[in-house]
Write a protein that binds this ligand. Structure first.
Ligand code: NAD
Ligand code: DAU
Length: 333
């Protein structure tokens, strides 16, 4: 089989390619990525020599490039996106372009050449839960509240619209917060690990009582594999890590694992429109596909901290782009 993976130089896409090539060594993988600040070919250094792997530097909004590749593959797994909520608050434009328009162009290619499409989406499309409300599942109504989640919700709707209108073969996964190797140091866990490694404080937004559900990126990759092998066309599957925790409690665990103390916590102004709680009920994936997360949050976090300590050159590379400029803008400096 031949796969197109979009956004394969990013955090989850690169882990997915590594996972896929190990589990399905006979398959060919084309990675289409335009290498934004979040795309890094170092994420795939160990894959580059594999004769079944090919990288194409290109934009999913470029119809000619997309059609040329789509016509020659069997299956598309679509990760490419602008993914950071805070950046979407500073400027939504790139999010609408890539996440909405880019997805539509891929879908046009899928429709034209009749290929199977898997769309990688997020639990953020469902909005925010109150403390005692049941977790999100596949029947939860959409209620996106940030420019990022609105752009992902729009792309989910487009994928379903192409299924109903044009009969494309598609599946969707909505997953909770990923963590693991190659996690770009702008997101909570890697940002805090990186700051603590540098002896800097960690900025907790608001009161730190927001809740996220964390899933190891390898469990997410395996979940997508299960959907591709056993999922029903036209269906959506929610994937979660069964690890709900407040940001403040998570921060305290990170601080402890890194031999620091709580004087490293700095409460800063809250994210505008900050969603209070996400949680995922993944019983559909468990009952229909036999998938459930396997990596405990505690073990996964310890491994990630070790990985970060061993990859300081990689971390510095991530910070060499617009990293400082972005933080100056975010904190109004
Ligand atoms: P990321 O920001 O680390 O990587 C995104 C990749 O897409 C980068 O390599 C980037 O260069 C590429 N890209 C961006 N715009 C592009 C364009 N126009 N054309 C081609 N390539 C482009 O993101 P991630 O965290 O790996 O997320 C991957 C996908 O998973 C996204 O669709 C995201 O919405 C979804 N998701 C992420 C999480 C999470 O916790 N990170 C959870 C659920 C779902
Ligand atoms: O839920 C899935 C989503 O998870 C994905 O769709 C997104 O692509 C991914 O970025 C992630 O979004 P979040 O906004 O939840 O992740 P982030 O790591 O940015 O923030 C996690 C929580 O930590 C959130 O409540 C905001 C808070 N936070 C974040 C940062 C970066 C802080 O308190 N301080 C910080 O410096």
């Amino acid at each position: 089989m031949k796969l197109l993976v979009t956004g394969g130089a990013g955090f989850i896409g690169s882990n997915f390619i590594r996972f896929w090539m190990k589990e399905h060594p006979q398959d060919e993988v084309v990675n289409l990525d335009c290498l934004t600040y979040a795309g890094n070919l170092e994420n795939l250094k160990d894959i580059v020599e594999n004769k079944n792997y090919r990288f194409v530097k290109g934009d999913i909004c470029d119809r000619d490039v997309v059609f040329e590749i789509v016509k020659d593959v069997d299956l598309i797994v679509h990760f490419a996106a602008e993914s950071h909520v805070d950046r979407s608050i500073l400027d939504p434009s790139a999010f609408i372009r890539t996440n909405v328009l880019g997805t539509q162009i891929l879908l046009d290619g899928v429709r034209e050449y009749k290929k199977r499409f898997h769309h990688v989406s997020t639990d953020e499309v469902f909005g925010a839960l109150k403390p005692n409300e049941p977790a999100f599942d596949e029947s939860t109504p959409y209620d996106p509240r940030s420019p990022y989640s609105a752009s992902k919700a729009a792309s989910d709707h487009l994928v379903r619209a192409y299924y109903h209108t044009y009969g494309i073969e598609m599946t969707i996964s909505n997953c909770s917060n990923n963590y693991g190797p190659y996690h770009f140091p702008e997101k909570l866990i890697p940002h805090f690990i990186s700051n603590l490694m540098d002896g800097k404080k960690v900025p907790v937004y608001g009161d730190g009582q927001q809740v996220r559900d964390w899933i190891h990126v390898d469990d997410h990759a395996r979940g997508i594999d299960f959907i591709l092998q056993k999922g029903k066309i036209g269906e959506t599957y929610c994937l979660g890590g069964d690890s709900e925790i407040t940001n403040l409690d998570l921060t305290k665990i990170l601080i402890k694992l890194m031999d620091k103390d709580e004087s490293y916590i700095e409460f800063v102004k809250d994210r505008p429109g900050h969603d209070r709680r996400y949680a995922i009920d993944f019983s559909k994936a468990k009952n229909e596909l036999g998938w459930e997360p396997q990596i405990s949050f505690e073990e996964g976090l310890k491994d990630m901290i070790e990985w970060y300590k061993e990859h300081q050159v990689w971390v510095e590379h991530c910070k060499s782009g617009d990293y400082q400029k972005y933080y100056d803008e975010w904190y109004g400096r």
